[in-house]
Design a protein around this ligand. Sequence first.
Ligand code: GEK
Length: 251
Amino acid sequence: MSDSNRKPGQALDRLFASERETEDFRFDASVARVFPDMIRRSVPGYTTIIPMIEVITEQYARPGSHCYDLGCSLGASTLAMRHGIGDRDCILTGVDNSAAMIERCEHYIALDDHPLPVSLRCEDILDTFIEQTSVTTLNFTLQFVAPERRGELMKRIAEATLPGGALILSEKIRFESEAEQAIQTQLHHEFKRANGYSDLEISQKRSALEQVLIPETLAEHRQRLIIAGFDRVLVWYQCFNFVSMLAIKSP
Ligand code: GEK
């Protein structure tokens, strides 16, 4: 695999390339600047998941409902949802608590030519009012929310989800078996190496994320989603320790 997929003008992620003091990872301006390159080279399957969010949204978006992208970063999943909604009169909202992300996201939304308005909010998703939703996306966001707050958020989303509506939940996961955890983690690191990250970059980023990105097992996610009020939970995508789930409310 070569790293020749970077689009012209897309800034290269070198944030962890030289030796630095370990500090908790933050979604600040320096991260927002290189984010498209960072996420594509760090998250296996990201470039497949984004277009599939459009396909899934197309299937579940209901006219007159709300659709939310929680933790929207630069709006890649928001734009996929916008195109999936097509000409239905949905109210699409993107939320992120990083001002640097929201500022750049506005620019990407403006560059896209789809006519559906997108309302962007810079706030903590734990404070976001969620109502009458047919499609909600958390594409690699819940993993950054404190584990003890995840249940209440899933409950609020499930309660606000209309019959027949869906939640797209993508997460880095951990495995119950230590042996599997080791193999999948190794494969993820190989993926990053194949994408041009050095061992130093991989290990420094890993340390910076240690207290910030808390992965859970698939069983923990499933159980929380069912307790929250979803009727069915399925995995529609997995690559190594990265999965995307679909939680559905029965019609
Ligand atoms: C994509 N979905 O490109 N409230 C609001 N935003 C938050 C919170 C919170 N409590 N915690 C984290 N974020 C995007 C990618 S990135 C995933 C999502 C990654 C935001 C944070 O600021 C960041 O922009 C995003 O969630 C996570 O499809 O970097 O691995």
